[in-house]
Design a protein around this ligand. Sequence first.
Ligand code: SPD
Length: 362
Amino acid sequence: MKTRITTALIALAAAGAVQAQDNVLHVYNWSDYIAEDTLQKFTDATGIEVTYDVYDSNEVLEAKMLAGNSGYDVVVPTSDFLQRQIAAGVYMPLDKSKLPNLANMDPALMAGAAAYDPGNEHAVIYMWGTTGIGYNTKAVAERLGEDYTVDSWALVFDPDTVSKLADCGVSMLDAPTEMIPAAMNYLGLDPNSTNKADLEAGAALIEKVRPYIRYFHSSQYISDLANGDTCVAVGWSGDVFQAQARADEAENGVEIAYVIPKEGALQWFDMLAIPADAPHPDLAHKFINFIMDPQITADITNYVWYANANAASMPLVDPEITSDPGIFPTEAAKANLWASVPYDARTDRLVTRLWTRVKTGQ
Ligand code: SPD
């Protein structure tokens, strides 16, 4: 009898543990990409605990998704990566009956995202942005002259120009599918070309300026720019604005600006999606619906300085953000933005090989 009670108690405790475990949502998102209080607000509103991990590379997320059994319930791939991952069966279709806040989303932006995910069947837009250049205005002016206008990819791709900045620290994203097309675009080539010679030309240009690049990394540049440890970074729009906000907070005299170069830049969508093997799809839907609450989305944009696609949140977003053309590009600037298309396997292998050569010289 005693044993039976003990076993029953153990079974009960185990059931409790399973239940507790079952009420934990696992989210995998980009670093520096959520407001400080978003997760706590979600737990307060739903009773659902969240474990939250971060990455700074689509390639890292993709490797985990293709391997399967990641244990994650919600992940945030960028649109072009999302498209080929959907084709690989990585994501489950959303149950839109559980997402009433979809009504808040901007139809035009969701139509843009539908180019990667027809009918928006598998994902909703989390945030969107551009890949441009962040720079320390004083450090650059000291080296290139007060009259130099930073408006071109020449800042990082012209060897003569970037060589003058090497001493104050120039970084590039460790994102081959963004850096090589940006170099191709600067050379006047189609950034979406999958022609071998075009991709090689883009990579060769980066190799040429490689001696002047301090590092390739996709998140470290936020604090380095903010602290004045580097002066130029090819980076993602909101991250550069976060660097400025951190410098302001530190009152360290560093002034950071972000430019979408006149030759054009990549515009991308980061998408909330649920892996096909997510342990808690129901909780995942609750989380995605929660994020689409206008106040919650506005809180995130106000904290991370990225544009969102939630039309109902706009009146709640700081006007300093909605009026900044680096975050919400003007119609004229939009004409120069390109959207990337996913690479086929052969192009992907070529780009990976070229990128290794760019970074290691081999
Ligand atoms: N710190 C958040 C960065 C989010 C960047 N998303 C990736 C966009 C890739 N084109």
